[in-house]
Design a protein around this ligand. Structure first.
Ligand code: NAD
Ligand code: 89Y
Length: 343
């Protein structure tokens, strides 16, 4: 198999995981890196032995010599960098949140479509081992037709020390974390017709909301609740687990804290350990997320080889991003938002 050459832009906090994962992926490797902060460029270049280093993305593209770009910067630069990739006809992966607004996200998808290049959003949570296990149980018809769900992420983990910018934005938990939980809800119960949301800020030291409760009406008539909080102190800190409850016509699924998958149906109840692997470079409690970074990067390469659409393509991610926009809009106006009308 020919090894695909990648370039990574943005050598910050999370890019370390992406670089480690690229070392493990079959069929691709990173040959060049870019960061406008020389210190970050040196740290990542030295740690991963990358000699081709750029302080400017335009200079990186001008030199070329890579088959795809992995954009690991924060959201402010995503539109510029994705459009730069499109202008250079280089397939692109873009970290979440995909864009600042839904209209930016639509323009980015359009630019890549017009350039004829694949675009995947690094929406990795659906690739977590426990989430995949829930998807497989549904596909195996373990509980018949699901009619109700709850997707819950409640924590008091200090995410601000590693990602200080999270305390500074007007928007916080829905845009940063709830975006993953909403994507999981779509992945498990399908696309969404309408959204009703309520938000709150509990932590006085941050600017945005740190609690959100979101009601989703799915197109298949299932109803779900997505509830996310970074203001919830528990006896056992669950970060970064998404807990799931699903009720179906023939049984129930519960994804419980500690990575237990409990399925109850006419045959009785089975409980399985669906813990993520602790990869050699990973550390608890992040290993669940870290394994999913490896999984989504491998998926990128595998689908490129097959010439097939990615699970979290730019076009797919518009439908998740629309839920983020709808949730903020609903909370601000106290109304239910029709998702079809904004897509
Ligand atoms: P960070 O601020 O630590 O790193 C971003 C880096 O990008 C910085 O070093 C900055 O100098 C560089 N940069 C920004 N704009 C640039 C540009 N135009 N050209 C070159 N370099 C540029 O941020 P982070 O915490 O690593 O987060 C990055 C992204 O990853 C965010 O969008 C965040 O939401 C996302 N993230 C995703 C996950 C996940 O599980 N998918 C987890 C954490 C963070
Ligand atoms: O940025 C967030 C993400 O994508 O996963 C967890 C996180 O690092 C903090 O909420």
């Amino acid at each position: 198999m020919t090894e695909l050459k990648g370039a990574l832009i943005g050598c910050g906090f999370f890019a370390i995981n992406q670089m480690h994962a690229w070392n493990d992926v079959r069929g691709a490797g990173i040959v060049a890196i870019c960061d406008r902060d020389p210190e970050r460029l040196k740290i990542v270049g030295d740690q991963f032995g990358i000699d081709r280093r750029y302080g400017d993305a335009e200079a990186l593209f001008a030199d070329g010599g890579f088959d795809f770009v992995d954009i690991a910067t924060t959201v402010q630069s995503h539109r510029f960098l994705v459009e730069l990739a499109a202008a250079n006809k280089v397939p692109a992966i873009c970290q979440k949140p995909f864009a600042k607004t839904l209209s930016d996200a639509k323009a980015m998808v359009e630019a890549c479509r017009n350039a004829g290049i694949p675009l995947m959003v690094h929406e990795n949570f659906r690739w977590q081992t426990p989430i995949q296990a829930v998807r497989k149980a549904l596909d195996a018809d373990a509980i018949g037709t699901p009619f109700w769900g709850r997707f819950s992420f409640r924590s008091a983990y200090d995410v601000f020390s590693g990602q200080p910018y999270l305390a500074e934005g007007e928007r916080f938990i829905i845009e940063d974390l709830g975006i993953h939980t909403l994507d999981i809800a779509r992945y498990i119960l399908g696309d969404v017709r309408s959204v009703t949301a309520r938000t709150k800020r509990v932590n006085p030291r941050i600017k945005g909301e740190d609690v959100a409760t979101i009601l989703l009406d799915h197109e298949n008539d299932a109803t779900s609740v997505v509830d996310v909080s970074y203001a919830t102190r528990l006896s056992r800190e669950p970060f970064p687990e998404t807990l799931i409850e699903l009720d179906g016509s023939e049984g129930t699924i519960r994804l419980t804290q500690g990575y237990g998958l409990e399925i109850t149906n006419a045959k009785g109840t089975t409980t399985t350990d669906v813990s993520p692997k602790l990869l050699s470079w990973a550390s608890r409690p992040w290993h669940n997320i870290q394994e999913s970074v490896y999984a989504i990067e491998q998926h990128w390469v595998d689908q490129l080889e097959r010439g097939a659409e990615h699970s979290t393509s730019g076009a797919d991610n518009l439908k998740t991003f629309a839920l983020v926009e709808a949730a903020y809009d609903s909370a601000a106006r106290g109304q239910t938002i029709d998702v079809g009308a904004i897509l």
